[in-house]
Design a protein around this ligand. Structure first.
Ligand code: SF4
Length: 361
C-alpha cells in the first residue's frame, strides 16, 4: 500500500538504526507522546533493536487512557438514564469507572451504542427524535474537528435531542507539565504525527526553546519512528533544542487551518483533569458558552461528580515517563486486558496493553 508498505521496509529500518548507533555517544531518554506510536514500537520490536543508550518512555497520548475517572463516571450516570441513547467509540465501553463500565450499563438495560464517528451519532439523533442522544467526545486535537463539526451540524439541522460529553485534551500543555515536573526524565520528544497533521507544529518551538529539548514530529510506521528517533538523537548529540518534522508526507508547519478554525469556533481552552496525572491548566477544550444547549454535562446536571483513582494503578506515572508497565505490581496479575484495573490496560493505544500483548516482562 503506497505511503505505508515502503515505511515497513525492514532493510531501510536497519539502515536508520545503524545511523542511530553511529551517532550516539551517551544515554538519552526519549518519550513518544502517542499511544499509537507506543504500540508500533513494541509490536515491531523497535525498543529491543535500538542501542542500549536509548531509553524510550511512553507518553500520555492515549485519549482513552487519560480521560478522567470523573468523566467516565459522568458518562455512566448519563448512560444509565432511561430515555438516553449513549454513543461512544468502542474502546471507551471497557474503561473502568469507579464502580462499573459502559458495558455493564448496557448489560443492565442501558442503551449504549458503539459508533465510528460523531456523524453516526447525529444520524441516530435524527432517527430517534423522542430520545436524548449523547456522544462521548473524547480525544486529542486529532478528533476535535469532527466532534466540533457534529455540534455545528446539530445546530444547523435544528436537532434538539443531541448533545456531547466533551473530554478533549491537548498535547502542548501535557508536554509542558511533564518537562516542568521536578521528577522529569524526558530529554527529547517524538511528537504525534496525526495531532500535528491537524495543528501543525508551530506550537512546539516555544516549548523546545523554554525547556531546551528537541521535539520531532514522527509518524507511526517502523521507518517513520526510526527516522524520528534518529533525528531526535542527532539534535540531542548536537545540543540543539528545536522542533522539526520527520513526517513530511502528512504534516506541515501550519497544519490544517480550516480544521483549526472549526475547533476555534466551537471549543475554548479550559483546565482538564488527566486520569492518573491530575489537573493540567489549559490542557483541555470545552464547548463555548453559545453551545451550552449541546453540552451534556449541563443538560444532565452531572457537573459535580468527584471520583477517587484506584491506589493500585500506576498508569499516571507510566504516562509521565517515570515508570514502565512492568514496574506495576498488578501487571499481568490481576490486571490483564480481560480484567483491566486501569485504562492503559484497556485501550488499543495503552502502554500496559502493548507490553502485555507483545510479551514484554
Ligand atoms: S498494569 Fe493495570 S493497574 Fe498497573 S498501571 Fe497498568 S493499567 Fe494500571
Amino acid at each position: 500500500m503506497k505511503y505505508t508498505s515502503e515505511y515497513r521496509d525492514e532493510s531501510l529500518v536497519k539502515v536508520t538504526l545503524g545511523e542511530i548507533r553511529d551517532a550516539i555517544t551517551q544515554p538519552w531518554v526519549i518519550m513518544e507522546i502517542c499511544g499509537g506510536q507506543t504500540h508500533s514500537i513494541v509490536r515491531n520490536g523497535l525498543d529491543q533493536l535500538l542501542p542500549p543508550e536509548i531509553e524510550l518512555v511512553h507518553g500520555p497520548g492515549c485519549p482513552v487512557c487519560v480521560t478522567s475517572l470523573e468523566l467516565i463516571d459522568k458518562a455512566l450516570a448519563i448512560a444509565s438514564q432511561p430515555n438516553v441513547i449513549f454513543t461512544s467509540y468502542g474502546d471507551m465501553l471497557r474503561v473502568p469507572g469507579s464502580g462499573q463500565d459502559l458495558f455493564s450499563v448496557r448489560a443492565t438495560g442501558g442503551d449504549v451504542r458503539v459508533v465510528y464517528s460523531p456523524l453516526d451519532a447525529l444520524k441516530i439523533a435524527q432517527d430517534n427524535p423522542e430520545k436524548e442522544i449523547v456522544f462521548f467526545a473524547i480525544g486529542f486535537e486529532t478528533t476535535a474537528p469532527a466532534n466540533a463539526m457534529s455540534v455545528l451540524q446539530a445546530r444547523n439541522l435544528g436537532l434538539e435531542n443531541f448533545s456531547v460529553l466533551v473530554s478533549h485534551v491537548r498535547v502542548p500543555p501535557a508536554m509542558r507539565a511533564i518537562l516542568g515536573s521536578p521528577d522529569n526524565r524526558v530529554q527529547g520528544f517524538l511528537a504525534a504525527g496525526h495531532v500535528c497533521a491537524v495543528m501543525g507544529y508551530w506550537e512546539y518551538n516555544p516549548i523546545a526553546e523554554e525547556f531546551q529539548v528537541p521535539i520531532v514530529v514522527t509518524g507511526f510506521e517502523p521507518l517513520d519512528i526510526a527516522r524520528g528517533i534518529a533525528m531526535t538523537v542527532k539534535y540531542l548529540e548536537a545540543g540543539k533544542a528545536l522542533a522539526d518534522n520527520a513526517y513530511k508526507r502528512a504534516v506541515t508547519y501550519d497544519g490544517n487551518k480550516p480544521a483549526q478554525e472549526i475547533i476555534e469556533r466551537t471549543f475554548m481552552e479550559c483546565d482538564r483533569k488527566w486520569r492518573g496525572i491530575g489537573m493540567i491548566p489549559a490542557s483541555g477544550w470545552c464547548l463555548r458558552q453559545e453551545f451550552d444547549a449541546y453540552n451534556a454535562e449541563l443538560r444532565f446536571d452531572v457537573g459535580d461528580i468527584q471520583s477517587e483513582e484506584s491506589p493500585v494503578c500506576i498508569a499516571g506515572l507510566i504516562l509521565q515517563g517515570l515508570k514502565k508497565p512492568v514496574d506495576c505490581p498488578a501487571f499481568g496479575n490481576p490486571c490483564v486486558p480481560e480484567n483491566p484495573l486501569g485504562a492503559t490496560m484497556v485501550s488499543a493505544e495503552g502502554a500496559c496493553a502493548a507490553y502485555y500483548r507483545y510479551g514484554r516482562g
